[in-house]
Ligand binder design. Structure first.
Ligand code: DAH
Length: 336
């Protein structure tokens, strides 16, 4: 029996299988219900008990060997069949890759970064999930300020929220760096607003902060004028309207002349010739103190502008929701 097993191993190793018919022949001859292996296992029943262990092991080796020869040949035939089928025309021109376009919000954001970089502003970012200290308290926003209301802010828990503006990045910068600080911080913000053509629950802002000795309101005004002209064209003028923010004193609202109607009055500027693009002011000394910056030695200005607002104006878009619908027909129009 031992010799027979060795003989079968030799025979099967030498067999050349070239096609499926030969493979099937091999299967029937060795692995079929009346095949060689079946005969061997039948013969095994007659082996005396004392030899059963030895022959049993040999038979198992034989079985795995034959199965191995069968499966490797089967795989080889399948691979060569796949490779030999040419069902495409190799001379046909390829399908051109569709190039994507940059999102209008990214285009405006990058443009703002470039404009401010030219006058020495670096870029910084902060977390979108903020704590109460950075988003409100350190920014001098009192406990009973309406902005803290659940109506306006998405709270995660009592002390954690989705930032409602990019101003908390000011605090993070001032806590960690010594003046001079000259940075803009673009980023996404969240407010619990009803979604409409003019408002969304998430949008983007660019915060600006300049802290140094002798920084004045005139520096702020000149910086904003420079930005407005670079962004909207040299004919644009700016106007600072007195306003209130807890973290700046004095505070102002930044308007630019409506370049859509050239100040004549149109639906975008509601007939006034001016459109608002952000808020600004001199950093309140209380905010400097909260960040352990010497408010006797240093002063600074800050501003915050909405990126969507600027994009809406610049591109003449009348619905903020278009920015978040991922409609490629809309997104493709801005080139980049
Ligand atoms: N954080 C304000 C807002 O979201 C915008 C703002 C106003 C930012 C005045 C400033 C500032 O830095 O000085 O409405």
């Amino acid at each position: 029996m031992k010799d027979k097993i060795e003989q079968i191993i030799q025979d099967t190793s030498a067999i050349l299988i070239k096609n499926n018919a030969q493979l099937e022949e091999f299967r029937i001859k060795y692995l079929g219900t009346k095949g060689v292996l079946k005969d061997m296992f039948d013969a095994f029943k007659l082996v005396p008990n004392e030899n059963k262990k030895e022959y049993g092991q040999l038979l198992n080796v034989l079985k795995s060997h034959v199965e191995y020869i069968f499966s490797t040949n089967k795989e080889a035939l399948e691979v060569s069949a796949e490779n030999s089928v040419v069902d495409f025309d190799v001379t046909m021109p390829g399908t051109p890759l569709e190039l994507g376009a940059r999102h209008p919000i990214s285009i405006i954001k990058n443009e703002m970064i470039e404009i401010f970089a030219r006058i020495g502003f670096a870029v910084a970012e902060g977390p979108e999930i903020e704590d109460d200290w950075h988003n409100f308290t350190a920014l001098n926003t009192p406990e009973d300020h309406p902005a803290r209301d659940m109506q306006d802010t998405f709270y995660i828990n009592e002390n954690t929220l989705l930032r409602t503006h990019t101003s908390p990045v000011q605090i993070r910068l001032m806590e960690n760096e010594a003046p001079p600080i000259r940075v803009i911080t673009p980023g996404r913000v969240y407010r619990n607003e009803t979604i409409s053509a003019r408002a969304h629950c998430t949008f983007h802002q660019v915060e600006g902060l300049y802290i140094n000795e002798n920084v004045s309101f005139a520096d702020l005004k000149q910086t904003l004028l420079y930005f407005a002209k670079e962004m909207f064209g040299q004919n644009v003028e700016i106007r600072l309207r007195p306003s209130f923010f807890p973290f700046t004193e004095p505070s102002a609202e930044l308007d630019i002349t409506c370049f859509i109607c050239d100040r004549k009055g149109c639906p975008v500027c509601k007939g006034s010739g001016w459109v608002e693009i952000g808020g600004c002011g001199m950093v309140d000394p209380a905010v400097l103190q909260n960040c352990k910056i010497d408010d006797q030695k240093y002063t600074g200005f800050a501003f915050g502008m909405g990126i969507e607002r600027i994009a809406l104006l610049k591109y003449g878009i009348d619905d903020i929701r278009l920015f978040y619908e991922n409609d490629v027909r809309f997104l493709k129009q801005f080139g980049s």
